[in-house]
Design a protein around this ligand. Structure first.
Ligand code: IPE
Ligand code: IPE
Ligand code: MG
Length: 227
């Protein structure tokens, strides 16, 4: 650790730029997504060398259904393949899977695979949280409704019903590909998170980029409104 502050415990990433990565190489978009999965795999492998207790990845937004059917199918098939190929590695590396979003709304076979993966990794010590069919507005609305059903709508009650309720507070939010927006990701959780925007396209993002982002995080002075 090179900075002065404590290491980031919870890092979230908006993995953006797969399409542009492929376009630059005159490849189909599907190739960009495939490379993007490889970047995820390498990053998860590197987690044990970092301060991170939870890595949250934005994999598919509730707005991504607007994409052409062929691309949505490619993404869902990649998801199937990834769970199948990488589940044994998660278990071996003590990685616990967590999912944010309306994932029960995905295809039945994916839901089944995810349920199995959640059960098989429940003993892991580091969390890989994947946002699937996720949108922050829907998450907050759902949490407010559940809080109201419990009784009073308070900040604590809403937090208790967010998909992130069991995760550590969000420390650092990274977005790749040069876009500087949140695209409906973790709007509540990001209230006091540090932000890092990089031009690197997601398939080119390496564990070394993550380590540099963590070093940068440690140099930041967080105030949370105090002084
Ligand atoms: C991110 O890459 C992956 C998903 C949104 C699923 P994009 O597919 O958004 O890539 P660009 O933004 O078009 O380059
Ligand atoms: C955000 O990226 C969603 C994911 C990375 C899964 P998008 O590419 O969908 O976001 P916009 O449309 O550029 O805001
Ligand atoms: Mg994009």
């Amino acid at each position: 650790m090179s900075g002065e502050g404590p290491g980031a415990r919870h890092v979230a990433i908006i993995m953006d730029g797969n399409g542009r990565w492929a376009k630059r190489r005159h490849l189909p978009r599907a190739m960009g997504h495939r490379k993007g999965v490889e970047a995820v795999r390498e990053l998860v492998r590197s987690l044990k060398e970092t301060s991170i207790e939870c890595l949250t990845l934005y994999a598919f937004s509730s707005e991504n259904w607007k994409r052409p059917e062929e691309e949505v199918d490619d993404l869902m098939n990649l998801m199937r393949k990834f769970i199948k190929s990488d589940l044994p590695e998660f278990i071996a590396n003590d990685v616990k899977l967590h999912i944010l979003g309306d994932w029960q709304g995905l295809a039945a076979d994916i839901v089944e695979m995810l349920e199995d993966a959640l059960a098989q990794t429940s003993g892991g010590s580091r969390t890989l949280a994947v946002a699937l069919n996720y949108g922050s507005h829907a998450e907050i609305t759902r949490a407010a409704k559940l809080a109201a059903a419990d009784g009073e709508i308070t900040e604590q009650a809403i937090e208790h019903h967010l998909f992130s309720a069991e995760l550590p507070p969000l420390d650092l939010l990274i977005r790749t590909s040069g876009e500087v927006r949140l695209s409906n990701f973790l709007l509540w959780q990001a209230a006091y998170a540090e932000m890092l925007f990089t031009d690197v396209l997601w398939p080119d993002f390496t564990p070394d980029h993550l380590k540099r982002a963590l070093d940068d995080f440690e140099t930041r002075e967080r105030r949370f409104g105090g002084r």
